[in-house]
Design a protein around this ligand. Sequence first.
Ligand SMILES: Nc1ncnc2c1ncn2[C@@H]1O[C@H](COP(=O)(O)OP(=O)(O)OP(=O)(O)O)[C@@H](O)[C@H]1O
Ligand SMILES: CC(C)(CO)[C@@H](O)C(=O)[O-]
Ligand code: BAL
Length: 298
Amino acid sequence: MVIKICETIQSIRDEIKNRKRKDIDALVTFVPTMGYLHRGHITLVDVAKRDGQIVVVSIFVNPTQFGPTEDLAAYPRDIENDVRLLNEACPNAILFLPSSKEMYPSGVVNLSDATTATYVDVGSMTTVREGIARPGHFRGVATVVTKLVNIVQPDIMYLGQKDAMQCVCLKKCFQDLNNPTRVVIVDTVREPSGLAMSSRNSYLTESERLDASLIYRSMKEVASVYRTLSVEQLQEQLTTKITSNPKMVVEYISVANGSTGSELSPSLDSIPPQSIISLAVFFNGQNRKTRLIDVLIL
Ligand SMILES: Nc1ncnc2c1ncn2[C@@H]1O[C@H](COP(=O)(O)OP(=O)(O)OP(=O)(O)O)[C@@H](O)[C@H]1O
Ligand SMILES: CC(C)(CO)[C@@H](O)C(=O)[O-]
Ligand code: BAL
């Protein structure tokens, strides 16, 4: 058995309908991705396979979630290897592999132009640090995931904790729009060094990846003493540790409420358990500047 690849909305709808006809109680589980699969993605597929009978994975590098100066063109792609990994992990999966034209038939409109586009905006995401750092990003994410979920109509969708604010955004989106799909968050899968697995790690050399593992080590160090720190002290100490490697520049360090994603006040003396530390760091590597994100829940 090998995975079934569907490139059109009609063909994936038909495939899911046919499979459900054979097993009306089958649960549809869904893993949305942008491809260049790694062990983090495959872990989400493993959980989806455990929970459901019809496993759908999508690979779509969604242009509307990239800012004009971001890495849409350079984003790593290797469909052949992705298909090989999916065949190994879940040979009866359905892979939805739409073109940009299929997802955005009227062209990739500028989602900031409300007169030309229908979009999904999770209002609170414009004030979280990742939303401020990437204007329009969460609008692109919420819009494309709403479209994907309307196409696949899964019972359960799986997201990785690494993209912490994306999890907050999509949970809020589904809740506010009464979308019945259950959202399951899966722990971050890491390299042996501690570096969070990410498709963008491929921009780094092997030794740069080892250097970048300082990010997670530093997060763990400050997390072990967070009860003694104010929000501001935690941010300062973490910045100092990470930037002890001059190749790294901290874009932001957020300390936020675990369920709403809202930022805790820097002057707050005691940080509540379950708060989320999330951050973005630029690694100035020999090939290019790479933006890395990571998260730790206290
Ligand atoms: N290390 C990881 N552990 C668990 N889940 C992950 C990990 N990396 C990515 N995911 C999840 O896989 C899904 C698809 O993510 P995506 O295709 O953007 O991969 P990525 O590695 O996060 O890429 P990027 O380099 O763009 O951050 C998302 O829900 C994401 O959170
Ligand atoms: C959820 C997602 C597939 C939407 O394009 C993307 O943001 C990602 O891969 O995390
Ligand atoms: N996993 C996050 C996708 C993005 O950076 O656009």
